[in-house]
Design a protein around this ligand. Structure first.
Ligand code: UD1
Ligand code: PEP
Length: 424
């Protein structure tokens, strides 16, 4: 187990640069197998999810090499492989191999995906989408076996029952080489979906309407990559550092931000009285002595992101007044609460509502990062707390936070990663 040891309570200052978006990258890597030529991605974050996806690619004889933040993927010698549980269960996004393999081979055998334990995460809408395109889907003891008809997948109209990032992306991946037109209604609008469509369109795909609730895809026979694709900045990593900077009260400049992707989050920071100077692609967080509590309701994009409700919590613990949080996407995303209580945080939950009472002084404790954003929340809390905080299961933070220890050192934080990496 890896542990993040934090000696907190220090004023931080300096600059931090945000990496490429985890949730784009983990879709772009599976999407690369749809290409008939090698693919180059840049601004790739150094995170565990990328390592795990590269290892899954190797099972299909798809080689990849990484240098700094450039990842080259060569799918030209790809062969079909079943992807049973194991590696696949190490992350959520392995489910994108369902759509991508279906597009490439007309067949996919993929174990049930893993990812963060944030309450039930069904994939019925993904399956409904594959079936609408004509595929046969079978669940054999946790293995999802998906087969195209002999004459291939055919475009169809799919109305998603709920707005789902994963289902929208998986249907795009399966439909991009299907025959005819696919229309996804009630599609998710996240910037990472636009990033994926940009990548595929640059390789010859015809995907229109991304960023709106109706996406149209005209199937094509071939995808070929001609240029490298630069991944958009991670808006969740940016929100995490914004929350840290505002709560810590130092002088912190955060670079490589598309602030429009954070509109709902920044609106809440404004409401809280956080002092921000928003530049073209950076945000400077100035000391903000008078933070007020606000209520938060998470919603699909462009609403307040569920992935930021835990990272903003330590800031709410510093505010004056009481805040209420409703996570409409993942109401059971509360694994941070018991741990914050160990640190003296006045926070509780009842009937899927989270209550945060501001003004408590946090103190260091041994806590556990049960999932990525709970871990990010505890990391910020540890940096604010007096004394030493030990965050166990820090691997969950490393799943999605690019070179986090190095970045915190850039801000003069006293943090250290200890222990063996034994989580796959
Ligand atoms: C790798 C990735 O991009 N992960 C993100 C993605 O996860 P993920 O794509 O798994 O999340 P979805 O957008 O699909 O989930 C939204 C809601 O729909 C429900 N649902 C989803 C699919 C389905 O077939 N059936 C169903 O009921 C989910 O349980 C959830 O309540 O979006 C989430 C919501 O913004 C983020 O927290 C995750 O960081
Ligand atoms: C829930 C998340 O990730 P995943 O979907 O990969 O589990 C997240 O990034 O907050």
């Amino acid at each position: 187990m890896q542990k993040l040891v934090i000696n907190g309570g220090k004023k931080l200052s300096g600059e931090v640069t945000i990496g490429g978006a985890k949730n784009s990258t983990v879709a772009l890597i599976p999407a690369a197998i749809l290409s008939d030529t090698p693919v180059v991605l840049d601004s790739v974050p150094q995170i565990r999810d990328v390592n795990n996806l590269r290892s899954i690619l190797l099972d299909m004889n798809v080689t990849s090499e990484v240098k700094n933040d450039v990842l080259k993927i060569d799918p030209t010698k790809i062969h079909f492989a079943e992807l049973p549980s194991g590696k696949v269960s190490s992350l959520r996004a392995s489910y994108y191999f369902m759509g991508a393999m279906l597009g490439r081979f007309g067949k996919a055998v993929v174990g049930f995906p893993g990812g963060d334990d944030i309450g039930p995460r069904p994939i019925d809408q993904h399956i409904k989408g594959f079936e609408a395109l004509g595929a046969h889907v079978e669940n054999k003891q946790g293995q999802i076996i998906i087969t195209s008809p002999a004459d291939g997948l055919k475009g169809a109209k799919i109305f998603l029952d709920m707005v789902s990032v994963g289902a929208t992306i998986n249907v795009i991946l399966a439909a991009v080489k299907a025959k005819g037109t696919t229309v996804i209604e009630n599609a998710a609008k996240e910037p990472e979906i636009i990033d994926l469509a940009t990548f595929l369109n640059n390789m010859g795909a015809i995907i229109r309407g991304v960023g709106t609730e109706t996406i149209r895809i005209e199937g094509v026979d071939q995808l070929r990559s001609n240029n490298s694709h630069t991944i958009i900045p991670d808006r969740i990593e940016a929100g995490t550092y914004l929350s840290l900077a505002a709560a810590n009260g130092g002088d912190i400049l955060i670079n490589n931000i598309i602030s429009e992707h954070l509109d709902a989050f920044i609106a809440k920071l404004d409401e809280m009285n956080v002092n921000l100077e928003i530049g073209e692609d950076s945000i400077y967080v100035k000391p903000s002595p008078d933070i007020r509590a606000v209520n938060i309701k998470t919603m699909p994009y462009p609403g307040f992101a569920t992935d930021l409700q835990q990272p903003i919590t330590p800031l709410l613990l510093q505010a004056q007044g009481e805040a209420m949080i409703i996570d409409t996407i993942y109401p059971k995303r509360i694994k941070h609460i018991s741990e914050l209580q160990k640190m003296g945080g006045d926070i509780s939950s009842e009937n899927d509502l989270i209550f945060v009472h501001g003004g408590s002084q946090l103190s260091g404790a041994t806590v556990s990062a049960e999932e990525i954003r709970a871990g990010a929340c505890l990391m910020i809390a540890g940096l604010l707390a007096h004394g030493t905080t030990v965050i166990e299961n820090a691997e969950n933070i490393l799943r999605g936070y690019d070179r986090v220890v190095w970045k915190l050192h850039q801000l003069q934080a006293d943090v250290e990663l200890v222990g063996e990496d034994d989580l796959k």
